[in-house]
Design a protein around this ligand. Structure first.
Ligand code: GLY
Ligand code: MN
Ligand code: MN
Length: 464
């Protein structure tokens, strides 16, 4: 964790932004995998980590803004627990690490909340994504689960999004630390992507690198020769020469800052000319977007820039045709690029998504589109200095989707279906990097990971 001054300062800003009332914020608890003693690895809630830094299950925080008092609730362990868990810091020590003035056993929380409550005084809650915390709050507050999530505080959400969106220098260092491990994960995969290897061997190896790096995987990785399936967690395929292997994998640090990197590799180490043609289009889109990133630019415009670049490249290969501006405006290119160009990243790989995607990625000036493809864009609003985002264009040949659109006669003026169908066995290509918006422009975070055709082929040949 960072120093307690950092958390104290963050909470001070939060109190100022929310203005009045109380903020009740439970951290996460342990969750059983299949029975209580066999648990999922503990993952603290990211907002709790951001404001309190305490990476332990079973803690609950309360801020009384009006009285300027901060409380931490939890239970000290007893001798029985010490037998199984070893010694653990006391609640008092945890409160001190986080700069919190008041700490009490968890069982006293109800009386404290009631003591702090006054008629007309707001209780600010976040929407809950864990059943355990929802049940805890229903019992504590005597409300139904649906009421708790429907009554999430917009003031609290907006204040948190404002604070967490702009990364502090300590946070950038953490993301870059995650990227150091992630670079090793991708270099490992590049060495292993040979015909006859199973995808699952690569998954195991890169997870090993993530754990050895001091943290864990930031999300379930995609390691697939069926890269056209965007979230493919199957891992059972055997790598065959001539296939493309999409590896979307990132580590998180011990402090839980994430990275999110994708590389697409030719199984066996050499891209075919057909693969190179599509790869260069995606790479060109990625570079153009990164070059265009700067404060004040709406991220939606960068999604359109990527879409136009992809459409132009596909027209050069006679897969698309016609007036490209119209094609992109109407969403024809989304047949091959059905997702967004990127998202915020930080403590969560999709940062703050649990608070509500639209509160993070959209604002009063930026409305979410309902058009296929563009509707999947998670971040559309103007960029600000200090944002950290992913840039992840891709081209995907999804046979079922292409067939369906063809049967429906969609966008016949812009898509050459006969040509597109010759790519049914192609798979997909995605290239993804993590980028910091700086004062005037942007910076790709972390040390470079092989990305050009040449760099990837050289690395796979062992000469990188
Ligand atoms: N790894 C998840 C994503 O790229 O959004
Ligand atoms: Mn990714
Ligand atoms: Mn991503």
């Amino acid at each position: 964790m960072f120093t307690k001054e950092i958390y104290t300062k963050r909470r001070k800003k939060l109190k100022q932004a929310v203005g009045s009332g109380m903020i009740l914020m439970p951290g996460n608890t342990d969750v059983p995998f299949n029975y209580m003693e066999n648990k999922y690895p503990f993952r603290q809630d990211s907002t709790f980590l951001y404001f309190w830094g305490l990476d332990r299950p079973g803690l609950v925080s309360l801020i009384d803004i009006d009285e300027d008092r901060e409380y931490l609730f939890g239970n000290d362990i007893d001798l029985d627990d010490i037998v199984w868990m070893g010694n653990q810091p006391t609640l008092e020590q945890l409160a001190s690490m986080s700069g919190v003035g008041h700490w009490y056993p968890l069982k006293t929380i109800k009386e404290t909340v009631e003591h702090c409550s006054k008629p007309g005084k707001s209780l600010h809650l976040l929407p809950q994504y864990r059943a355990e915390n929802l049940i805890f709050l229903t019992k504590l507050l005597g409300k139904a689960a649906w009421e708790i999530n429907n009554q999430a505080s917009r003031e609290l959400i907006d204040a948190i999004v404002d604070l967490r969106s702009v990364k502090e220098k300590e946070e950038i260092s953490e993301i870059e630390l995650a990227l150091t491990t992630t670079r090793q994960m991708h270099l490992t995969a590049m060495k292993m992507a040979t015909p006859g290897t199973h995808e699952r061997l690569i998954v195991g190896a890169i997870e090993g690198v993530a754990v050895a790096g001091g943290g864990q995987l930031a999300y379930p990785p995609v390691v697939s020769i069926d890269g056209q399936i965007l979230h493919n967690y199957n891992y059972q395929n055997l790598l065959k020469k001539g296939k493309l292997l999409v590896i979307d994998a990132g580590a998180e640090t011990k402090s839980h800052y994430a990275s999110d990197i994708t590389r697409t590799l030719p199984v066996g180490g050499a891209f075919s000319s057909r693969q190179k043609e599509i790869y260069e289009i995606v790479l060109n889109a990625e570079k153009k977007v990164i070059e265009a990133i700067r404060p004040g630019v709406p991220f939606r415009d960068l999604h359109i820039l990527a879409s136009s670049t992809i459409a132009e490249g596909l027209r050069n290969l006679h897969i698309m045709k016609g007036n490209l501006e119209d094609a992109v405006t109407q969403g024809a290119h989304a047949l091959f690029f059905p997702c967004g160009i990127g998202h915020m990243m930080g403590l969560d790989v999709h940062d703050m998504e649990n608070l509500g995607e639209d509160y993070v990625g959209y604002d009063c000036k930026t409305e979410r589109s309902s058009q296929f493809g563009l509707s999947a864009l998670r971040l559309a609003r103007e960029l600000q200095c200090g944002f950290t985002v992913t840039v992840e264009p891709g081209i995907y040949f999804i046979p079922l989707l292409i067939e369906q659109w063809r049967q429906e006669g969609r966008f016949k003026d812009y898509i050459n279906y006969e040509k597109a169908e010759t790519y049914f066995d192609f798979g997909g290509i995605r290239i993804e990097d993590n980028v910091l918006v700086t004062q005037e422009t942007s910076r790709i975070l972390g040390d470079p990971i092989p990305k050009s055709v040449n760099e990837i082929e050289k690395t796979m040949a062992g000469a990188g």
